[in-house]
Write a protein that binds this ligand. Structure first.
Ligand SMILES: NC(=O)c1ccc[n+]([C@@H]2O[C@H](COP(=O)([O-])OP(=O)(O)OC[C@H]3O[C@@H](n4cnc5c(N)ncnc54)[C@H](OP(=O)(O)O)[C@@H]3O)[C@@H](O)[C@H]2O)c1
Length: 260
């Protein structure tokens, strides 16, 4: 699809695997100069090679660390000549109930998904304002709208991300910076492959039972792919989404049982 993104600079946090890597590949196919970040240099180098674009660049950064994010935005701006699109995707899922989650794990999860997205936006907004606008897209996750006992941390943290997206979209729309969210669920990735195993143990089901149950819970009857998320992100990054602000797009085969 030609979305008019040729020459745009896109920074994707957490671009070394799964959804983030698929977003980087799709935006590169659409003609963007792509910059990705991750915490491990070797994983990052492999991911940059997998993007298959001569203009793709990798930057080591831990989004839990504000200093890393400041350096990331500076370095990408210098290397690519600016930033037009930011996809805040870095993160994971923190399974477990109240007593099973340590305060350290909870803090790290909060720092990654909420403070990480916050700091990235704070640092990139001046760059986008100088360019007369931009797009910020936050990858959230179903738990923020569909709370689950076995996912209390992700429920609270994802709900905070929804509030962040909506508030920030109000603040930045007058500057031509459009902020939106994409909510994945049941997307096959390294993250969900490890979760399936966790839930198998947690619920006492076999891996096959767990896999078929999760697939059957999706109205379309099967898991999605990281590319399904990447297509929604590419649309939100493009002029075709020029009047979409503060919205969330569920990409889940119909899985999320929420009407808002
Ligand atoms: N897959 C789903 O169905 C699903 C459902 C709900 C929500 N999500 C959300 O979608 C996003 C992507 O998930 P995924 O399924 O693609 O998982 P994944 O394959 O595990 O990818 C996670 C990415 O985040 C990066 N990352 C994690 N912590 C980071 C940190 N502190 N600093 C920088 N990078 C960090 C990882 O890079 P390194 O490890 O190389 O640093 C990796 O590139 C996550 O935010 C996740 O919560 C996914």
């Amino acid at each position: 699809m030609q979305l008019g993104l040729t020459g745009k600079v896109a920074l994707i946090s957490g671009g070394t695997s799964g959804i983030g890597l698929a977003i980087a590949q799709m935006l590169a196919t659409e003609g963007c100069k792509v910059a990705i970040c991750g915490r491990d240099k070797a994983r990052l180098d492999r991911a940059v090679a997998a993007v298959k674009s001569a203009e793709a660049k990798g930057f080591v950064a831990d989004v839990c660390k504000p200093a890393d994010i400041a350096a990331l935005v500076d370095n990408v701006t210098k290397a690519c000549g600016g930033i037009d699109i930011v996809v805040s995707n870095a993160g994971t899922h923190l399974p477990g109930r109240l007593d099973e989650i340590t305060s350290e794990a909870l803090q790290r999860h909060f720092q990654t998904k909420v403070l990480g997205a916050w700091e990235l936006a704070r640092r990139v907004v001046p760059v986008m304002k100088q360019r007369g606008g931009g797009r910020i897209i936050v990858v959230i996750g179903q738990a923020g709208k569909v709370p689950q006992a076995n996912a209390i941390a992700s429920t609270v943290i994802n709900a905070a991300q929804h509030a962040f997206v909506k508030s920030l979209s109000d603040e930045l729309a007058p500057h031509g910076i459009l902020v939106n969210a994409v909510c994945p669920s049941r997307i096959r990735s390294p993250l969900t492959e490890s979760l399936t195993l966790h839930n198998e143990v947690y619920y006492g089901r076999s891996l096959e039972q767990q896999e078929s149950k999760w697939g059957a819970e999706v109205p379309l009857g099967h898991w999605g792919t990281p590319e399904d998320i990447a297509k929604a992100v590419a649309f939100l990054a493009s002029d075709r989404a020029a009047f979409i602000v503060g919205a969330n797009i569920d990409v889940d085969g119909g899985h999320q049982r929420s009407i808002f």
